[in-house]
Design a protein around this ligand. Structure first.
Ligand SMILES: Nc1nc2c(ncn2[C@@H]2O[C@H](COP(=O)(O)OP(=O)(O)OP(=O)(O)O)[C@@H](O)[C@H]2O)c(=O)[nH]1
Ligand SMILES: [Mg+2]
Length: 323
């Protein structure tokens, strides 16, 4: 499953402590300043799976500044930490509202600042105290709780009746592992997955039934998740008696919910083709082609058909110009 929502804690580096030191033979104060602690930045990445780095590692820390040394040697600055997050990630800090969204791969966003280094004893020299034995400690780096959420728009939305095999297909084409079972309404929340080769994002939503637009079944509230996709993949279980009915039932609900969905580019995918013979399959393809020319077939047990579907998705997405 794509990681698209994480809470992490970050701590910038502490400033190094200033040093108390003197030049030899009763020379003057020579303690160096501590180095500044490293800052933490977020930087955009085109890898939409970048948030998965936080699956197990939930706290990150930038390097501390080095302490000051003798002979005015200042401590080294702690290294800044750049955390890669997918473009489209929005950020909230310490329970704030969303304060920023990562827009590109070039502009770092400063998340927490490293503490400044403490001053060495030389900085405390005055007319009344030529040999101060005091130095300053570095300031601690800022600590924050950060909520990162990836706002993704899937490229392709899987739609269809319950039990059509939508989640099975998502699981077979992507790294997602949605719940799959032999009964309707297995999927209760939308699932997202990414096809590894093309990085195309697929959204699998709960099945629709007749009356969905009036609130039957799980209703249509999930349709908003596919409204912005570029392509609809209408999954139809090839074993049912009347696949054309299945098709029109779902399309009728679209019309009632938002007729614009009907204008969206759509391909029909006949699923579970391992369960019927070729003659019947051909017949059903023909019937459906009267509704939509693009009818594809797939079985999750047939790797070739899965590969082909991936290519079809790639071509389809490639040929759609963004609006
Ligand atoms: N033989 C065979 N069975 C399949 C295939 N694809 C899915 N199934 C089975 O069909 C059933 C339903 O699959 P799901 O993927 O849960 O269907 P869904 O469309 O996500 O269902 P909802 O979440 O309820 O809308 C499961 O028992 C799957 O194992 C296939 O290609 N071949
Ligand atoms: Mg499902």
């Amino acid at each position: 499953m794509l990681v698209d929502d994480v809470i992490i804690s970050v701590k910038a580096g502490d400033g190094g402590n200033g040093a108390v030191a003197f030049f030899p033979n009763k020379g003057g104060p020579a303690g160096g300043n501590g180095g500044k602690g490293g800052d933490i930045y977020l930087i955009g990445s085109s890898d939409i799976e970048a948030l998965s780095q936080f699956k197990f590692k939930k706290s990150l820390q930038a390097q501390n500044g080095e302490g000051g040394g003798r002979s005015h040697k200042d401590g080294l600055k702690g290294k800044d930490l750049y955390i890669k997050v997918p473009v489209g990630t929005r950020i909230s800090v310490d329970n704030s509202k969303w304060i920023y969204e990562i827009q590109d791969t070039k502009t770092p966003f400063l998340l927490t600042k490293g503490g400044i280094g403490g001053r060495g004893n030389d900085e405390f020299k005055s007319s009344t105290n030529q040999a101060p034995r005091i130095a300053e400690n570095g300031k601690p780096g800022q600590e924050k709780i950060v909520h990162l959420q990836l706002r993704l728009i899937a490229n392709i939305g899987f739609i269809g009746l319950p039990n059509a095999g939508k989640s099975s297909l998502l699981a077979s084409l992507t790294n997602a592992s949605p719940k799959i079972a032999d009964y309707p309404f297995t999927t209760l929340e939308p699932n997202l997955g990414v096809i590894p080769e093309s990085k195309i994002i697929l959204a699998d939503i709960p099945g629709l039934i007749e009356g969905a637009s009036r609130g039957r079944g799980l209703g249509i509230k999930f349709l908003k998740h596919i409204e912005k996709t570029q392509l609809l993949a209408h999954c139809i279980d090839v074993t049912i008696d009347n696949p054309v009915d299945a098709y029109t039932t779902v399309r009728a609900e679209f019309e009632k919910y938002n007729p614009k969905l009907l204008e969206k580019k759509e391909i029909i995918i006949l699923t579970k083709t391992d369960l019927i013979d070729k003659t019947e399959l051909k017949k059903k393809i023909k019937l459906l082609q009267k509704r939509n020319k693009s009818v594809e077939t797939v079985s999750i047990l047939d790797d070739e058909s899965l590969k082909e579907l991936k290519l079809i998705f790639e071509q389809a997405i490639h040929n759609i110009t963004p609006d």
